[in-house]
Write a protein that binds this ligand. Structure first.
Ligand code: ZN
Length: 192
């Protein structure tokens, strides 16, 4: 028996394998407890290496699947936004639209917390507009997914995969979800 780290009761464990054509087999694990504790992760089976996937998100490819492990960092360089691993970090399977919607939600919250700061509100509005322009218009945004353990993937032939150098992999955070928004202090972000 594996005890719950919160209440000590027995944890339920679910394991699913996920097979993707032309890609590796992926193991999705989730543990949960009656008290509400939950943790999900993804592990790519077979050969893996520190990797970076890059894709241009646009209206025509928003359904592209994204598997982000607890060690995966998502960055949108044009917006200065990144979602990094944190203590409460969970793995998730989503698509490019899901990634953009997540960022949208974070930015909306940041905007609410800073409603008296004209500069920040303006920056948030600009980000929301760029995202909207990809989902409904003809805009494009680069989505980068990096994982020092190679457990995160963007499942598309349009995505560009490269191996991370050792120092790049070392530089990535693992184990903590941290959201970085350029122009905001750490304290402001920690309230999100
Ligand atoms: Zn529990």
């Amino acid at each position: 028996m594996i005890p719950c780290p919160i209440c000590g009761r027995e944890l339920r464990l679910f394991v699913n394998t996920y097979e993707v054509p032309f890609f590796d087999k992926i193991l999705l694990t989730s543990i949960s407890c009656e008290c509400g504790f939950k943790h999900a992760d993804s592990i790519v089976l077979g050969e893996k290496e520190p990797s970076r996937y890059t894709i241009k998100a646009k209206r025509s490819n928003l359904f592209t699947k994204v598997i982000r492990s607890t060690s995966g960092t998502i960055r949108i360089p044009e917006l200065g936004v990144s979602i990094e691993p944190g203590p409460a970090s969970q793995a998730f399977i989503t698509n490019l639209e899901g990634v953009l919607r997540r960022v949208e939600e974070i930015v909306r919250t940041a905007m609410k917390w800073n409603e008296n700061d004209g500069e920040k509100v303006k920056r948030c509005e600009w980000i929301l507009e760029r995202i909207q322009n990809v989902i409904e218009g003809d805009g494009e945004l680069t989505i980068v997914l990096e994982d020092p353990f190679g457990n995160s993937l963007i499942l598309s032939e349009e995505s560009f995969k490269e191996r991370l150098s050792e120092w790049e992999a070392k530089d990535l955070k693992t184990g903590l979800t941290v959201i970085e928004l350029t122009g905001f202090t750490e304290e402001e972000i920690s309230r999100l």
